[in-house]
Design a protein around this ligand. Structure first.
Ligand code: NAD
Ligand code: ZN
Length: 342
């Protein structure tokens, strides 16, 4: 089969002929139809410090995908050949403290598809049946391809009750922009999003933000005045990883407000105004991955119920154009970038 492979511990990826994977007794074999490029794939392609520490070439990369079931192991039941599926990319052990407590996203032995084992940028992928998620008919192939990042957005956005609340989202990357649509769908009042990329702010506005602003030219104070908000944001969703954005968020929260942190800072240590957190009694919570599989059920049922994130998909490429796809994501002038495999 064809696969996009990190062949050596150096920058670059190559489209190669590799052996077809064989499903084990508990695995599903999936014929990949579409994949999406994630920031993680870009780190692996460009071979930054994180990639050099984490990735063991040769390895097929990629974890955001959809396809159809093409076979399964002897112990698997409940799937049929031809069925449309996506999959949770974190494979968990099932026996550690957190797995047994029902918190699989915190598994001590997580193995990441396309990070610690062969991934989805290939004609075929093998995934444990317990990680495979059937895609309802109402969800298009394109949207099915981005359920992984939509799951990050869903997990973060649904962390707190947003009904009637004023919400600040920092970072209008693919995940932040989809969070706007989710916050709107579940009944938030004012939704304000910040970014430094005008193309992304425009998409976030299209997805339902009341204000999509560049914080370097428009202050949050000004926006709150315009929206007649007197006390600050009830809920903050940090989705940029930028230290300045977190600072602005903490400074514009209401006393007693709640913050969910998804964005991963590039520096190990980020300065925080602890006085603001303490005296305003803020709740700050880290968010990791997706809840397995509550997040998957919530997002698919929201999609079936009218949640529309299609404008978050801005680019399509063929697999031969994989370099152009990675360049598009790296430019930042985009939402989700999809590679059509078939
Ligand atoms: P992304 O890098 O595409 O988006 C981040 C956005 O933040 C960019 O559009 C960037 O222009 C913007 N930004 C930069 N500086 C800013 C500032 N000062 N104010 C406001 N915005 C600013 O990433 P993404 O794919 O949308 O993911 C969002 C974040 O979530 C990333 O940090 C990613 O690493 C992280 N992430 C975390 C998890 C998890 O499990 N915790 C999972 C997936 C992604
Ligand atoms: Zn575990």
């Amino acid at each position: 089969m064809r696969a996009l492979v990190k062949t050596t511990a150096a920058p670059g990826l190559s489209l190669e002929e590799v052996d077809d994977p064989e499903p084990g007794p508990n695995d599903v074999l999936i014929e990949v139809r579409k994949v999406a490029v994630c920031g993680t794939d870009l780190h692996i392609a460009r071979w930054d410090d994180w990639a050099a520490k984490t990735i063991r070439p040769p390895m097929v990369i990629g974890h955001e995908f959809m396809g159809k079931v093409s076979g399964f192991g002897a112990e698997v039941s409940g799937f049929s050949v031809g069925q449309r599926v996506s999959a949770e990319g974190h494979i968990t052990c099932g026996y550690c403290r957190n797995c047994r407590a029902g918190r699989r996203r915190f598994c001590a032995n997580t193995v990441g598809i396309g990070v610690n084992r062969d991934g989805a940028f290939a004609d075929l992928i093998v995934v444990p049946a317990s990680n495979v998620f059937p895609v309802p008919d109402e969800i298009s192939d394109d949207i099915a391809t981005i359920l992984d990042p939509l799951g990050n957005a869903t997990h973060t956005t649904l962390e707190y009750d947003l009904v009637g609340e004023d919400v600040l989202i920092t970072g209008a990357g693919p995940i932040g922009m989809m969070s706007v649509a989710i916050a709107r769908h579940v009944g938030a009042r004012n939704i304000v999003i910040t970014d430094v990329k005008p193309e992304r702010l425009a998409i976030a506005a299209d997805l339902g933000a009341d204000r999509a602003i560049d914080p370097r030219t428009t202050s949050l104070d000004q926006v709150m005045t315009d929206l007649e908000m007197t006390e600050g944001f009830d809920v903050g969703l940090e989705m940029s990883g930028a230290s300045a954005a977190l600072d602005e968020m903490i400074g514009s929260m209401i006393t007693g407000g709640k913050i969910a942190l998804l964005g991963i800072p590039s520096a190990d240590r980020v300065p925080i105004d602890w006085n603001d957190i303490i005296f305003k009694g803020l709740t700050v919570k880290g968010i990791y991955g997706r809840k397995m599989f509550e997040t998957w059920y919530k997002m698919t049922t929201m999609l079936q119920g009218g949640l529309d994130v299609s404008s978050a998909i801005t680019h399509h490429f063929s697999i031969e154009e994989h370099e152009a796809a990675f360049n598009a994501l790296e430019s930042g002038d985009c939402g989700k970038v999809i590679i059509d495999w078939g």
